[in-house]
Ligand binder design. Structure first.
Ligand SMILES: Nc1ncnc2c1ncn2[C@@H]1O[C@H](COP(=O)(O)OP(=O)(O)OP(=O)(O)O)[C@@H](O)[C@H]1O
Ligand SMILES: Cc1ncc(COP(=O)(O)O)c(N)n1
Length: 269
């Protein structure tokens, strides 16, 4: 069986972070492992508290995983502290990790800041150059290129700049755009769109985590990047269309859709 590792924060409400990643990896047909960067006390209305693990402990988690069950792909989500980012970069290099998907998580759907200001710089310097694909949403792309992104042309320009700077593919996600939910993949100086109809569902807690984990799972299974993104877009659309409505704020998605319909059987092929 192919294997995937998520390096991310725990979300006590189960909608985002490690919990979303593991649900996604299972339903996308890979064995899921985790190295937790932080515990969050969080729900659909906000993030109430964050407790980072120590850099030493994160290093031990990564040693435990890499020295035993080597992951076929690695997804990196919330890492709020620069020393933690440093450890991740060192370990990914030491173990020659492959198929690295970096979701540059900055702000939660609920508005809470999930990364310290000085950590963004270290993320750019140390982790982005190791990534095979970066998956910023529009506000994150704006921070990374210091320009506003309000239409398709600006998405192409921003993704192109990020791709050229860090020498990796960039998937600029369109969930925050006004009209459709079209995502743009920029790689090797080319780009292509993955079109999605906007689903009228306010419960989008964890969409970014889910998409990046689905991409990592599909890369782990040996799909090329374009196919991995295509399958992952299909997965996130299915999870949103299931219209789960839990909690008082922007609720989580229903990964069970994949078990109830043919997605799981299909993903095992
Ligand atoms: N209402 C929607 N209808 C259809 N697809 C959506 C919708 N909202 C988000 N998506 C899709 O979900 C994926 C994640 O995109 P989004 O821009 O929401 O990322 P994000 O902001 O990082 O997510 P998060 O909510 O975890 O922070 C993309 O494929 C995007 O197109
Ligand atoms: C632990 C953790 N990781 C990532 C997110 C971002 O997800 P979202 O923007 O959907 O809240 C989050 N809220 N919590």
């Amino acid at each position: 069986m192919r294997t995937a590792l998520t390096i991310a924060g725990s979300d006590s409400s189960g909608g985002a972070g490690i919990q979303a990643d593991i649900k996604t990896m299972i339903t996308n047909g890979v064995y899921a492992m985790s190295a937790i960067t932080a515990l969050t006390a969080q729900n659909t209305t906000g993030v109430q508290a964050i407790l980072n693990v120590t850099p030493e402990f994160l290093g031990q988690e990564l040693d435990s995983v890499f020295q035993d069950i080597y992951p076929d792909a690695v997804k990196i989500g919330m890492v709020s502290d620069k020393d933690l980012i440093h450890v991740i970069a060192e370990k990914l290099k030491q173990y020659k990790a492959e198929n690295i998907v970096v979701d540059p998580v900055m702000v939660a759907t609920s508005g809470a800041k999930l990364i310290s200001d000085d950590a963004v710089e270290i993320l750019k310097q140390e982790l982005f150059p190791l990534a095979d694909v970066l998956t910023p949403n529009i506000p994150e792309a704006e921070v990374l290129v210091e320009m506003s992104v309000t239409n398709a042309e600006e998405m192409i320009e921003a993704a192109g700049k990020i791709s050229e700077t860090y020498h990796c593919a960039v998937l600029c996600k369109g969930g925050h755009s006004i009209n459709d939910a079209n995502d743009l993949l920029y790689y090797d100086g080319k780009y292509c769109w993955f079109e999605g109809k906007r689903i009228d569902n306010p419960n989008t807690h964890g969409t970014g985590c889910t998409l990046s984990s689905a991409i990592a799972s599909n890369l782990a299974k040996g799909y090329d990047l374009q196919t991995a993104v295509k399958r992952s877009k299909q997965y996130i659309s299915g999870a949103l269309a299931a219209m789960l409505d839990l909690g008082k704020g922007s609720g989580p998605m229903d990964h069970g859709f994949a078990i109830r319909n043919e997605y799981v059987k299909e993903s095992e092929k």
